[in-house]
Design a protein around this ligand. Structure first.
Ligand SMILES: Cc1cc2nc3c(=O)[nH]c(=O)nc-3n(C[C@H](O)[C@H](O)[C@H](O)COP(=O)(O)OP(=O)(O)OC[C@H]3O[C@@H](n4cnc5c(N)ncnc54)[C@H](O)[C@@H]3O)c2cc1C
Length: 504
């Protein structure tokens, strides 16, 4: 009788946004993960609310966009205001160049609920009350100790996704630290109702000499607010609605009519990252690997992006369709992108705190607004997380002529036209050796006749013809342009550097 070969196993530690979305994506790519959570039940905290346009694209590819679009508030505009609510700058998401030109905002607990429901419908259940207490590497597997309802259990997964948040045990087991800084100042975050009239689909930051308040809309006419605290305020017990309302009124110089305080928490802001996001078997996702200022609104978004990236790569390896070395690209690619998210958040954090300092010193607001149309779009694309690029990664390359844009490594502009879990090769014109490649990469790469299917060659970066490889995450992996014997051989070699051909 033939020996039964089972798939290598994957354990996910933590059921925050990173762990849950990684589980959704692994399942979509054909791998059944185990996901454990030390809490006894789901939480009800508002926390990270807005999904950025670039992440909505990823959620769409995952087949999850409908509940987000239906349940969330669409934030299309943001306003920065000075003392007396004097406008300093307005910014829009219109024109950023994606299908969803808005942020989609709802409490984090609802986001997690959508992901949990999606998993439950596909047979994946979060195991609550299961805490990972030790992780030790073995020769072929990891030895993971769990405390489950007063009982000690040992599991031996082949791969582990560390999505345990800022105090993650996976990171400690890898001897990694969140290196960086904690920003000055202390802050309050709360989920409230407001009487203040703010235009629909708009977030607002009001800055003055005393600090700042951020107002971000939520469903059900509620608001997430961030409030900077008086540096002398050392209180630790949470404020009442009346106390919080008085602080906010003082900061913005008007009665905002704050009521119905549902959730409130004190917090500090950080700019920190781990040096290594993976070691071949253990991978750090979300806050376990990096923490950015929530003023940038990128923390939960980076968690989604990390999850999507590791999932397609790990699934190919687990299914025996890719070499384990593919997993090295996770730390390289997400390291670059997460550092970029930290920079974007740091810039936004720096602008707001510089404004406060300027007003406090009695000076004028420093110049903030980008001025040319190109600068405005480029700033909005940065905030939207649409400018993520993996250029420079070993998983990205090109052969032939260099075309300015889109460069290999960036998001494929027509991403929403490509569905499924495979790579896509979009070919414009004749391409030598294409039939041989089709057979060799059968089941892993879907070939598309670009012109016949109505793709725009110039938009794909192959105006004179060629072949454009789009990875399962919708990013351009390789471009062979023009498509001649040499460039197509380079494309084939690129695929063979990490994929295992059918029948090999
Ligand atoms: C006050 C506040 C405001 C924020 N505002 C924003 C915002 O506006 N925009 C934004 O994008 N982001 C924001 N964030 C950040 C956002 O909440 C986080 O980036 C996001 O939650 C990260 O998700 P995660 O899955 O990595 O970690 P978490 O959400 O922290 O989830 C980790 C999970 O792992 C579990 N766990 C930990 N250790 C173990 C273990 N040993 N065994 C089993 N389970 C374990 C934990 O219980 C937890 O459920 C905010 C955060 C805070 C605190």
């Amino acid at each position: 009788m033939a020996e039964r070969v089972s798939m290598p196993s994957v354990l996910i530690v933590g059921s925050g946004p990173a762990g849950l979305f990684a589980a959704c994506e692994l399942k979509r790519h054909g791998v059944m993960p185990r996901i454990v959570e030390k809490r006894l039940a789901p939480h009800h905290e508002t926390r990270g609310t807005a999904l950025q346009p670039g992440v909505l694209d990823i959620v769409d590819r995952a087949g999850l966009i409908e509940p987000f679009l239906k349940g969330g508030v669409h934030i299309k505009h943001s306003q920065l205001m000075g003392p007396g609510m004097r406008p300093i700058m307005n910014a829009d998401f219109g024109g950023v160049g994606c299908r969803y030109e808005f942020q989609c905002s709802q409490p984090q607990w609802r986001t997690e609920q959508i992901l949990r429901d999606h998993l439950a419908a596909r047979g994946v259940k979060v195991e609550y009350g299961a805490e990972v207490t030790a992780i030790e590497p073995g020769p072929k597997t990891l030895r993971v100790t769990l405390e489950v309802g007063g009982r000690t259990e040992v599991a031996e997964p082949h791969y582990l996704l560390g999505a345990g948040g800022a105090h993650g045990i996976t990171r400690h087991s890898m001897n990694e630290h969140l290196v960086g800084e904690t920003y000055g100042g202390r802050y309050l975050v709360a989920d409230v109702k407001l009487g203040l009239a703010i235009p629909p689909e708009t977030a607002r930051v009001v800055v003055g000499a005393g600090g700042f308040v951020l107002f971000a809309p939520l469903p059900d006419s509620r608001w997430l607010i961030f409030v900077s605290r008086d540096p002398a305020d050392a209180r630790v017990d949470p404020p009442t609605a009346a106390e919080l309302g008085a602080s906010v009124n003082a900061l913005v110089g008007a009665d905002v009519g704050l009521s119905d305080l549902r959730w409130v928490s004190y917090f500090r802001m950080h700019r920190r990252e781990a040096e290594r996001l993976g070691d071949g078997r253990r991978f750090l996702l979300g806050d376990a690997g990096h923490m950015s200022s929530p003023l940038g609104g990128e923390g939960i978004n980076a968690a989604f992006m990390d999850a999507a990236d590791i999932a397609w790569k790990l699934a190919l390896v687990v299914r025996g369709a890719a070499k384990p070395s593919l997993l090295e690209s996770y730390a390289i690619e997400r390291g670059m992108a997460d550092r970029h998210a930290l920079d974007v958040s740091n810039d936004i954090h720096g602008h707001i705190t510089a404004l406060v300092a300027a007003y406090r010193g009695g000076g004028d607001a420093p110049k903030l607004a980008p001025s040319t149309a190109d600068e405005i779009v480029s700033a909005a694309r940065r905030r939207s997380m649409l400018d993520v690029s993996y250029a420079g990664s070993p998983l990205v390359g090109q052969a032939g002529a260099t075309v300015a844009a889109p460069e290999p490594g960036v998001r494929f502009p027509d991403i929403h036209r490509l569905t499924g879990e495979r790579h896509h090769l979009i070919v414009f014109g004749a391409a030598p050796g294409l039939e041989k490649m089709r057979a060799r990469w059968d089941g892993l790469v879907t070939m598309i006749d670009g012109s016949a299917e109505g793709f725009d060659a110039a938009k794909a970066g192959a105006p004179g013809g060629g072949a454009v490889l789009v990875r399962p995450d919708g990013f351009i992996g390789f471009r062979a342009a023009p498509a001649d014997t040499t460039t197509m051989a380079a494309l084939d070699a690129h695929l063979a550097s990490y994929l295992i051909p059918a029948g090999a």
